[in-house]
Design a protein around this ligand. Structure first.
Ligand code: ZN
Length: 383
């Protein structure tokens, strides 16, 4: 298994120039390769051969780490294969675009040309840069590659990928949970634990719009505009980091507590089209969240049909609009938060996929008509 650690780099002014130069060269080579592979299918070997020829023509390329330049062909090859897979699955795809010469980007050192020692990252042809190891890399692991990246706000990071030996843990399906992801509650699990949506964007929306406004007030091309853009990027990145931090903590909580997690298979692209919901959905970052769960534990998607409508205790259909937050079943008298009800349905469906006998408390009961008036009694035994 591979694990990647991300560390902050603090390059000096001179090193920053060198790193920046590396980004530029990588983009230049990338664009040359994209140009070369236009309208024909080329393999990684073809691209590497092209790179050797390119180096003959442009000898200055020899002063850059050769593995780094080769990684660009690996990157293009990977991207093209991913596009092909999409095409096979019936998606419409375009071709790879030229890289823009923006200030941000990344380059990768694979297998050789790097060393981490005493708070410094040594990179071949660049030198040593101060690195903050805020957490320790386990000893005796082999570092496979290091990706150096620059974010839009100008921060440098190194992503260190290592091979880690971990025995696959035994999966106990009964230690599983159903998760309903939503807007009001980012996650509501079948054990009744709700996590309200932090809506990070909303909190920082004011500073963000102010920063945006500042940009439009400055005249194009001026130093002040550049400064304003940078500040905007910083606010933007802060939102991104807060969201990511929150989602990491939540997904780790679930991955540690449960072996298997069931979620709905969401048609997210459809929901984003609904503009009222769109920003909230994107802001809550469901996709990032499920991705994190996917690599931290066993994540299984179940069909989403009717999870909010079905009664989790008797199977009776109780239709409700988005605004109705409580599930009230006329047939069995179950009163539950609507998301909790959905989470239990998801768990039941998930266990059903694997033919696992449902625990006693999840088994369906035969509904008995409950006379009106006794509905208000909160049902505590129903889960
Ligand atoms: Zn019911």
């Amino acid at each position: 298994m591979q694990r990647t650690y991300k560390f902050r780099l603090y390059p000096s002014i001179e090193q920053t120039k060198k790193l920046q130069n590396n980004l530029k060269v990588c983009k230049w080579v990338y664009n040359k390769m994209i140009d070369y592979s236009k309208n024909k299918s080329v393999s990684r070997n073809d691209l590497n051969y092209f790179l050797t020829e390119l180096k003959e023509q442009e000898p200055w390329l020899y002063s850059y780490h050769s593995k780094m330049l080769q990684m660009i062909s690996t990157q293009i090859d990977g991207a093209q294969k991913a596009l092909e897979r999409l095409r096979k699955n019936g998606y419409k795809t375009g071709s790879l675009k030229f890289a823009k010469y923006e200030e941000c980007g990344s380059f990768t050192y694979n297998q050789s040309g790097f060393k981490i020692e005493e708070g410094f990252l040594h990179l071949s042809k660049i030198g040593k840069t101060r690195i903050i190891l805020h957490r320790s890399i386990p000893e005796n692991v082999q570092i496979k590659q290091i990706m150096v990246s620059k974010s839009k706000s100008g921060k440098w990071h190194a992503c260190v990928t290592c091979d880690v030996d971990t025995a696959l843990p035994k999966i106990r399906f009964l230690n599983s949970v159903g998760l309903d992801v939503g807007i009001k509650n980012l996650a509501y699990d079948s054990d009744g634990f709700a996590t309200p949506n932090p809506l990070n964007l909303k909190k920082l929306l004011k500073p963000l719009t102010r920063a945006q406004r500042n940009i439009s007030r400055r005249s194009i091309g001026s130093q002040n505009r550049k400064k304003a853009v940078k500040f905007y990027q910083i606010v933007h990145e802060r939102i991104k980091n807060r969201r990511k931090d929150f989602l990491h903590k939540l997904s780790t909580h679930y991955a540690k507590k449960y072996d298997v997690i069931f979620v709905e298979r969401l048609a997210k692209s459809n929901m984003v089209k609904n503009h009222k919901l769109a920003r909230n959905i994107l802001d809550s970052g469901w996709g990032i969240f499920t991705n994190m769960l996917d690599y931290k534990c066993v994540l299984v998607e179940v069909p989403a049909r009717n999870t909010t409508v079905d009664c989790s205790r008797c199977g009776n259909k109780v239709s409700k609009s988005l605004a109705v937050r409580t599930h009230r079943c006329d047939a069995c008298g179950l009163v539950l938060d609507r998301d909790h009800n959905a989470a239990i349905n998801i768990l039941k469906r998930g266990l059903g996929i694997f033919n696992i006998k449902l625990p006693q408390e999840l088994r369906e009961v035969t509904p008995v008509k409950i006379p009106k008036g006794s509905m208000k009694q909160e049902n505590t035994t129903g889960r």
